[in-house]
Design a protein around this ligand. Structure first.
Ligand SMILES: Cc1ncc(COP(=O)(O)O)c(C=O)c1O
Length: 456
């Protein structure tokens, strides 16, 4: 039949005008969501074990957030930040500063995780300019980290699969190995390894020349293909010490870990580390509206204030009053219901249950913190040999899960940017013990079904 809009003769699926993430895939149509579940128009129910994509923390369908959005809309939606601030923006910033480690002074609002990291990239450059060190332009990042899809944030991203098509556009930023204890890149074992992965930063700084390095960016607990990689206890403190020694700013990407995902306010709180800049997004708005924030330590802000210089950057919708109202309502809801403590409590329950899956074929490692967990899937548990990329084993598991009513995050390229399959979980903090049992049961069944298909 011809498409009613274009008149082009198409089959039915091609009358869909959405440029979907995956070409040729038929997506279910979401109809409504409540608590930890999303329902599609065919009446199927999905347990949101992915939290959207490391986002949904207070749960789906919380009416208070809708009410806060409606209330702000009724007063005003758009009073641009070049002319005004708003009560919602002020109060949201107050809340974020109250959650952040001591010494953080200001919040620069943004619109997404990528935009927050792009903002941080420009902020560190501007900071060094203001400080009279214009030669500090290089940002060191880590292989396999994900920092976003815009050109600056993609330049810091260390995933070859995401970088490859755009390599000619990317900034020349060095990358070091992550603290990947399951496959230590230095063939060492923790404890006793001397945290060679942190010393890799020291070596890279010397290689580049400390006087040229502006910042190091690091996720406290990695999501993406690395599947909830938790660093050894000494890693982040050592990184802080190396950055300090060389006058380099430490940016911590808390896009997925902010607002309690790991069971503490921010991921860095587990190690008592105070960075110079924290980027946040996703959960600070509960998933209700697109949001981002750059939380700035007074050390950085004071440099601008001392010189009477403003940060030359801006986004039309950063600081939007309705977004800020949704963020404020989310942070208030987290506090009112003590949900960060609950994330720690339910995280321990989820972690203990997931560890029982280590007995299944394919499951090489189970790791995580709070309500952020990852499973690494391997062809051979003894040698840790990964599956060939072409098999797309993490996608196979994700599809088997979805067919059984569970959403997870598949990850690829953990080992070397190409091979290595992971499945990550980041359910809402309101998840109950019974729902955790359901999640782990379905995940186990899906893994067994894939193992059977692969003859593993
Ligand atoms: C650690 C991390 N940083 C940055 C981003 C980019 O955030 P966004 O997709 O909101 O642009 C993501 C997204 O998944 C992320 O996981």
């Amino acid at each position: 039949m011809p498409c009613p809009y274009t008149g082009i003769m198409n089959d039915l699926t091609n009358t869909d005008h959405v440029f979907h993430r995956e070409v040729g895939r038929d997506y279910p149509v979401a109809a409504r969501a409540s608590g930890v579940y999303i329902y599609d128009t065919a009446g199927r129910r999905y347990l949101d074990g992915a939290g959207g994509y490391f986002v949904v923390n207070i749960g789906h369908g919380v009416t208070e957030i809708g009410a806060a959005i409606a209330d702000q809309l009724a007063r005003f939606a758009n009073a641009h930040t070049s002319h005004f601030t708003s009560e919602a923006e002020q109060k949201f910033a107050d809340r974020l500063i109250a959650l952040a480690p001591k010494g953080f002074a200001k919040v620069w609002m943004s619109t997404s995780g990528s935009a927050a990291n792009e903002t941080a990239l420009k902020l560190v450059r501007h900071y060094h300019l203001v400080n009279g060190e214009p030669q500090r332009t290089r940002i060191i990042a880590r292989w396999n980290a994900y920092h976003g899809g815009t050109i600056g944030s993609l330049s810091m991203t260390g995933q070859p699969r995401r970088r490859d098509p755009f390599e000619p556009y990317l900034l020349d930023f060095p990358h070091i190995e992550p603290p990947y204890c399951y496959r230590c890149p230095f063939n060492l074992t923790n404890p006793g390894c001397g945290i060679a992965c942190a010393d890799a930063l020291e070596r890279e700084i010397r290689r580049v020349g400390p006087q040229y390095v502006a910042a190091f960016i690091v996720e406290p607990v990695s999501g993406g293909p690395l599947g909830a990689l938790v660093p050894p206890a000494e890693y982040l403190p050592r990184i802080r010490e190396i950055c300090d020694r060389h006058g380099i700013l430490m940016i911590v990407d808390e896009i997925i870990t902010a607002a309690g995902r790991t069971g503490r306010n921010f991921g860095v709180d587990h190690w008592g580390v105070v960075p110079d800049i924290i980027t946040a997004a996703k959960g600070i708005g509960g998933g209700y509206l697109p949001i981002g924030a750059v939380i700035v330590h007074h050390r950085v802000y004071d440099a601008f204030e001392r010189k009477g210089q403003s940060f030359r950057h801006g986004e039309t919708f950063a600081g939007h009053s309705v977004v800020a109202a949704a963020g404020l309502a989310t942070l208030e809801y987290l506090e009112r219901h003590d949900l960060i403590r609950r994330a720690a409590e339910m995280g321990a329950v989820l972690g203990a249950r997931l560890k029982t899956l280590a007995a299944l074929p394919l499951v090489g490692d189970v790791r995580g913190l709070g309500l952020l967990w990852g499973l690494e899937l391997v062809r051979d548990k003894a040698t840790k040999a990964p599956f060939p990329r072409a098999l797309n084993v993490s996608d196979m598991v994700a599809r088997e899960c979805a067919n059984r009513g569970l959403l997870v995050v598949p990850g690829v390229g953990a080992v070397d940017g190409i091979d290595g399959d992971t499945v990550s979980l980041a359910p809402p903090y309101i998840i109950t013990r019974a729902e955790i049992a359901e999640l782990v049961t379905i995940l186990g069944q899906a893994i067994e079904a894939v193992a059977q298909k692969l003859g593993a």
